[in-house]
Design a protein around this ligand. Sequence first.
Ligand SMILES: CC(C)(COP(=O)(O)OP(=O)(O)OC[C@H]1O[C@@H](n2cnc3c(N)ncnc32)[C@H](O)[C@@H]1OP(=O)(O)O)[C@@H](O)C(=O)NCCC(=O)NCCS
Length: 226
Amino acid sequence: MSASTNAPLKADALQYVQYHGSKEETYLPAIRQLISKDLSEPYSIYVYRYFLYQWGDLCYMVLFPSPSSSLTSSNSMLIRMTQAHDSSQTLIGVVVSKLEPHRSGTFRGYIAMLAVQESHRGQGIATKLVCMAIDAMKARDADEIVLETEVSNTASLKLYERLGFLRSKRLHRYYLNGNTAFRLVLYLKEGTASKRADGDGRGYAAMENEMMGRREGMMGDDRFYP
Ligand SMILES: CC(C)(COP(=O)(O)OP(=O)(O)OC[C@H]1O[C@@H](n2cnc3c(N)ncnc32)[C@H](O)[C@@H]1OP(=O)(O)O)[C@@H](O)C(=O)NCCC(=O)NCCS
């Protein structure tokens, strides 16, 4: 990656904002575009809605307000791909999460998706987004936060482990593409580790994907979303 494509955006020009359902039309297409670019497996629109309808307040976005003013032409091309429908803003990064009681008895947060536009990585944007999600879950009294990431995703592993996440399990061929994942966990309260009954070898996201797949099979995806 050339230095020019990774030129830092002025930190004070970036806006970190919480998603809200009223912003779906403006931001969801850009969120999908940004996340699907780097995913290990494709998510249907229903997966995004599943998270955003129920836990939109645990989704944080980074927006850049004036894309054309300070960018190189190669950046401008990338930026247009993730242009929010409000054309004065561009989505640079996003984190999507949820929080609910788990069968083990813990109140468990889950970071489902995290992505930063390639040209703006390495500037602490993802770290800040994840910290915002963690803080929001802590404020809601979460016991722990889990997620999965590919064993080969060094950037992601470095980011989460630096924030205190631990590797709790290796999930062989976890993703549809056959790649293996680590499940990572961040304990927020003492004694949470001993409560966990984490026996499902297929993993949390796999179960959700299966559920979403069934829903998609019943309803069809593209009929409802252009
Ligand atoms: C993972 C991702 C979100 C990180 O975004 P980012 O904004 O660059 O992250 P940060 O700037 O906060 O950096 C996080 C850490 O990873 C390190 N890092 C970034 N890219 C790296 C790379 N290619 N190899 C190794 N470490 C890397 C950074 O140096 C930083 O660690 P440091 O502060 O100790 O130096 C981004 O690479 C991305 O969108 N990847 C594609 C989607 C993805 O993999 N999502 C995570 C799935 S769970």
